[in-house]
Design a protein. Structure first.
Length: 394
């Protein structure tokens, strides 16, 4: 009896194993939660896998209501019965294979920025990303789709954009004037030259592709505003109709809000609208240096310094300017064009670098510097920016 029971058990195990292998060959998908797909989905998945022009999509799946870790699910798609964009494939998977797949989408024209996600390692819009780009040969490699990196995931491909929108709100992205407008029948006129300065900034759709591709934003997302928000801030700084340019610049003059940008330029490379956020960030830095920090060179080195407000920085009072004086003769008989001012003048004394050599690094300091240079070298290679120059590496 024992031998007969063990023989029947072995036969049943063999039948179950052959049945599972047959279902897997037919393209059935088993969820990570150990429950089988429905028969309708099994038939659709099998028919898709049986086509000749089949493309596989590996999609990031995460459901907070289920007590399980995130996983990657693979779905076959017959490209002969699907649109050319990745968003078309996602909609086909949701409609025919897995209704639980969650992602954002709206316009399907690259205008709303809702379908931003990471496709094959690049942040882009699913509605603008081709499954097979025109002019390229078809590849059997599956397409890997994940949510935007370094953001909290709500479900599947839906990231939490709360922090991003809070940062956008902090820059006050609206037109600010000193006098309230009463006659709404008159427009805010602007010349064509001033209007052209806004090109390349107002087209931003706030998809957060650039911000989530920036390593500085990965490490300081709570303090660094990111390239997308900074470009929108510069859009209002550069607007000739806005009357609070100095206050906006003073608000951004912060070690973390602005100067966490290290010009890695991933933002300009990955922007799906082909904008240049890196240039906007550099323009903000230049405007702050030219318009805000220039007053520091006009303040007296000793004595009482008048109190200044951000609005007065662009037009400092006349008392801060050095007094005009005739050119003083030099030892060689020529004139240098500078007045003969006392020591407590408005001209600061700048000491050259040769006068104050840097202190030698300690043994621990040299070790930390070597580690930092090695990390920079790896980052440049991993992001495709090329190796740094040999002089900077030394």
């Amino acid at each position: 009896l024992v031998l007969a029971a063990s023989k029947r058990t072995a036969q049943r195990s063999a039948e179950v194993g052959s049945r599972v292998a047959r279902m897997l060959r037919q393209g059935a998908v088993m969820r990570a939660s150990s429950r089988w797909v429905t028969p309708a989905r099994r038939v659709l998945s099998s028919s898709a896998a049986a086509g000749e022009n089949v493309k596989y999509f590996q999609i990031y799946r995460y459901d907070p209501e289920q007590n399980q870790k995130p996983y990657m699910a693979t779905y076959p798609i017959d490209l002969d019965d699907c649109g050319p964009m990745v968003l078309d494939a996602l909609l086909k998977i949701k409609n025919e294979q897995d209704p639980g797949l969650t992602f954002r989408r709206s316009c399907r024209e690259g205008i709303c920025g809702s379908c931003a996600m990471n496709i094959n390692g690049t942040n882009t819009l699913a509605c603008l990303c081709y499954i097979t780009p025109p002019g390229e040969a078809k590849s059997a490699k599956p397409i890997k789709i994940t949510p935007l990196p370094h953001m909290y995931v709500i479900k599947d491909l839906v990231p939490d954009m709360t922090n991003f929108y809070d940062q956008y709100k902090s820059i006050q992205p609206w037109l600010k004037t000193k006098q309230a407008k009463t006659d709404f029948s008159v427009e805010h006129l602007q010349s064509k030259v001033d209007r052209k300065k806004l090109d390349g900034m107002y087209e931003c759709i706030l998809c957060a592709c650039c911000s989530t591709s920036c390593p500085s934003y990965w490490w300081n997302a709570d303090t660094y505003l990111g390239p997308a928000v900074l470009m929108q801030a510069y859009r209002w700084i550069e607007d000739s109709r806005d009357e609070f340019r100095a206050d906006r610049l003073a608000q951004l003059d912060d070690a973390f809000k602005l100067y966490r940008c290290h010009t890695i330029m991933n933002c300009s490379k990955t922007c799906p609208k082909h904008l240049n956020p890196g240039k906007a960030v550099a323009s903000i830095k230049k405007a702050i240096a030219d318009e805000l920090h220039r007053v520091a060179t006009l303040l007296p080195t000793t004595g009482f310094a008048p109190e200044l407000t951000p609005s007065a920085l662009l037009d400092p009072p006349a008392s801060l300017h050095p007094p005009a004086a005739p050119a003083s003769p030099r030892a060689d008989g020529r004139t240098d064009g500078r007045p003969d001012l006392p020591q407590s003048s408005c001209t600061p004394i700048v000491r050259s670098r040769e006068d104050t050599p840097p202190p030698p690094l300690s043994r621990r300091g040299r070790r930390l510097l070597t580690r930092a240079l090695r990390l920079r070298w790896r980052l440049c290679r991993s992001f495709g920016a090329g190796a740094p120059a040999s002089s900077s590496r030394r």
